[in-house]
Write a protein that binds this ligand. Structure first.
Ligand code: ATR
Length: 480
């Protein structure tokens, strides 16, 4: 706890999580900014005793004049709350873990009925449509003149925990690093909040950027873009938006100073209809991975194809490749577009042949059934399926060795940076192997340039991403 004294404004002490302690043990927190939370089991906490036992402990803490705030659940008897208010400021809290959104009139009534200095609403929400309603409730609380802490638990609420200053929240909750114990799902750590998102520097006139996708929790993009913003000295913050419903999401974004978005699965195509303009490359590819706000217009762009193409040129110069694309999904579309644009020929093979045919038709290539591929007909193999991507790093696409020998093998997967396919290709004598990491870096650099008009070096991004992936594999063991 001592380690965090200088890094947070308020320490929440979960008394219900402590074992074998007495009130005297808390003396070391004298003069520290503390919020006491002593959550009973019925409210999602771990204290199994009675309310009178619980309040006796809080009373003793209060008499010692330790701490500033106490979190009291909304269902507590008002005279007890009044008494605690003699010692502390009272944060009257309402928690709901089952995905249910209470109606505002009920919540308003409940908070009006009990004395408090601020309110806390913490709900587990799974749908952005409910997040929109939750934000209406936040506004209603503010209209009542109540200070508050607004929390959406679960992965859909992480962005709101980070962007608390834009919604007038008194504070946000963050977990101590390395304990593996966040107080709630979707929380980020104190270190991340400070170092990655630069929470202490946030101000409402700063620009907001983010990654729109589902899921987004393991993405490296926040680590890349936040660092780039910091390096070029821009007052901007990049957050993960795990979104199920584009319309609801965009409604929320309208009230934020949004500068742009990275877009990933499953929204790359669906976002098209909400944009004011779409750049020609994105239109040809049929997918948008970048949204740029230009004045009041939302413009869609695609940087995947550049991301794919540049590492090839940097390594081998401009060549007239004869390529084989394995897979025919979204990533394969950007690849085919880049190859056609560079005047290269390509064939495509895919588990579902009809999709290979559609891709070939669209970009002027040939669709070949898997078992009819002639290894002599191509010199560059591009793997675009998710097979081998973390956490399934042991999967290997069913690609015969004959397709790898003597070829340039390019796997678009960046996590892990060296897939099983690339190891295999190396072992059987591929001419060269290329991982998806430089592609990730180049597409991010191009995205950053579209947003900020600033040029950054892809090599620096590779280093950033690599460092993050290594840390992630140590800390969270996502490869398990
Ligand atoms: P992305 O947008 O990232 O490219 P996608 O659109 O889901 O992802 O495309 C995934 C590609 O990988 C598809 O071509 C898919 O084959 P189908 O068209 O038959 O679905 C391919 N793919 C996914 N899992 C696969 C597997 N187990 N074996 C072979 N191909 C697979």
């Amino acid at each position: 706890m001592r380690a965090y004294e200088t890094r947070v404004d308020l320490l929440e002490v979960r008394l219900d999580w402590l074992r074998d302690w007495t009130v005297e043990d808390l003396e070391f927190l004298r003069d520290r900014p503390v919020l006491w939370t002593f959550r009973p089991v019925r409210q999602g906490g771990e204290f199994a005793g009675t309310d009178s036992e619980r309040f006796e402990v809080l009373r003793q803490i209060g008499r010692r004049r330790l701490g500033q705030w106490v979190d009291v659940e909304w269902d507590v008897w008002p005279p007890l709350i009044m008494e605690l208010r003699g010692y502390f400021k009272v944060l009257l809290s309402y928690h709901q873990y089952d995905g249910h959104l209470p109606p505002w009139p009920d919540l308003g009534e409940l908070f009006r009925a009990k004395p408090h200095d601020a309110v806390k609403i913490a709900l587990t929400l799974h749908r952005w449509a409910d997040i929109v309603r939750f934000l209406d409730i936040v506004e209603a609380c503010q209209a009542e003149g109540w200070d508050g802490v607004w929390v959406v638990m679960g992965p859909r609420g992480t962005w709101l925990r980070i962007l608390t200053p834009w919604f007038g929240g008194l504070w946000t909750y963050a977990s101590p690093e390395g304990t593996g114990r966040a107080t709630a799902d979707g929380q980020v750590s104190v270190e991340e909040l400070r170092q990655v998102y630069r929470y202490p520097e946030m101000a409402p006139d700063h620009r907001i950027y983010g990654l729109l996708g589902d899921p987004v929790a393991h993405s490296v993009s926040p680590y890349i873009h936040n660092r780039l913003f910091q390096e070029v000295g821009l007052a901007a913050h990049y957050v993960p938006f795990a979104v199920d419903d584009l319309e609801a999401f965009l409604r929320v974004m309208r009230v934020l100073p949004l500068g742009g978005l990275s877009v990933t699965v499953p929204h790359k195509i669906a976002i098209l209809r909400y944009l004011d303009d779409v750049e020609p490359a994105a239109r040809d590819i049929g997918a948008v991975n970048t949204v740029v706000r230009r004045e009041d217009r939302w413009v869609g762009a695609n940087t995947d194809w550049v991301g794919f193409w540049r590492p090839l040129v940097r390594r081998f110069g401009v060549r007239s490749w004869r390529a084989l694309i394995v897979g025919a999904g979204g990533a394969a579309h950007a690849v085919a577009y880049a190859l056609r644009r560079a005047g290269c020929s390509f064939a495509v093979t895919n588990r579902t042949h009809a999709k290979a045919e559609a891709l070939a038709r669209r970009f002027g290539g040939t669709a070949i059934p898997w078992d009819a591929v002639n290894p002599g007909a191509f010199d560059l193999l591009i793997h675009t399926t998710p097979l081998g991507m973390a956490p399934h790093i042991d999967s290997l696409p069913p690609i015969p060795d004959a397709w790898l020998v003597g070829k340039v093998v390019y796997d678009l997967i960046y996590n892990p940076p060296e897939t099983r396919l690339l190891r295999r290709a190396r072992a059987v004598g591929a001419r060269a192997v290329l991982s998806g990491l430089p592609m990730l870096a180049e597409q991010a650099a191009e995205q950053f340039r579209l947003w900020t008009l600033q040029t950054v070096r892809a090599d620096d991004i590779v280093a950033l991403a690599q460092a993050h992936l290594e840390r992630q594999s140590e800390t969270f063991n996502i490869f398990d």
